[in-house]
Design a protein around this ligand. Structure first.
Ligand code: UDP
Length: 250
């Protein structure tokens, strides 16, 4: 199956490399593509606040960033090929753009200075990568300040835009603003990826990733996430109840 429904959201059933090829095809075709990378927390946020479904569901491509979504698809009897982490898609796409210097990347989000450091680190790693511009993520998401950010993205002639404002803020921002950025071909909501590229945050060691425990590593490093993370068991057990009751979301 091309797309798999997990609790009311349609996910691409693609491997990492298939995801990358699909993005490059879309980039070359010039049609605007929005990519969101929901994890279980975000799917649960949609279940709890259904007004989020049209926002998150507006993406042209949803990829399952997290073991929770992959497990849920399996519980529902429609397994997804694999977990496709947004941070890795963002890095691979940057690498692919470095080999296609006609395309320019803009990094939006993170604390002041982080996007710029991320841009420097990415260009060091992938020479040839064309950075159109950067902007931090601490601006008013409406009115004049927002207009100024939109204008700087338009002026930069960016083809690809990484939006790293945290979820669901970045999904809401892209949903509200994509039409004002008609020349941006790919808009990707990539959470805290900008911090990883800049080196201000680290991904979990491989062993945690392999065991499907990246969420646990994050909890150890950022205990204040405990409230948000209660969404994980809620999502897991909720998916079982959902399956057993035959209920339909969306
Ligand atoms: N962030 C931002 N603007 C804001 C709030 C957050 O740019 O108004 C950034 C924050 O600095 C971080 C990123 O959003 O770089 C994502 O944060 P988090 O790790 O919480 O990501 P999530 O797990 O929500 O995807």
């Amino acid at each position: 199956m091309d797309k798999i429904n997990v609790r009311g959201l349609w996910f691409e059933n693609l491997t990492l490399s298939e995801t990358l090829s699909a993005l490059l095809d879309r980039l070359e075709s010039g049609r605007q593509t929005v990519l969101f990378t929901p994890n279980a927390e975000i799917v649960q946020a949609c279940v709890d606040d259904p007004a989020l479904y049209p926002v998150v569901g507006s993406a042209d491509m949803l990829i399952p960033d997290g073991i929770g979504v992959v497990k849920a698809a399996k519980i529902l009897g429609t397994p997804l090929k694999e977990k496709v982490p947004g941070v890795v898609v963002g890095e691979k796409l940057a690498e692919a753009l470095a080999a296609r210097p006609a395309y320019r990347l803009f990094l939006l989000g993170g604390k002041p200075g982080v996007a710029l450091t991320a841009a420097e680190k990415l260009t060091e790693k992938y020479p040839g990568l064309q950075i159109a511009g950067t902007h931090d993520g601490y601006f008013k998401k409406e009115g004049e300040e927002n207009e100024a950010v939109l204008e700087s993205i338009r002026q930069s002639k960016a083809d690809v835009l990484y939006v790293c404002l945290g979820a669901p803020a970045q999904e809401k921002w892209i949903y509200a603003n994509r039409e004002f950025l008609p020349d941006v071909k790919i808009l990707a909501g990539l959470g805290g990826s900008v911090d990883i590229y800049a080196g201000t945050a680290k991904r979990a060691p491989k062993i945690f990733i392999t065991l499907g425990l990246e969420w646990f590593y994050r909890l150890l490093r950022e205990p204040k996430r405990i409230g948000r993370m209660m969404n994980l068991p809620k999502f897991y057990f909720g998916t079982w109840i959902y399956k057993l009751s035959g209920r339909k979301e969306q």
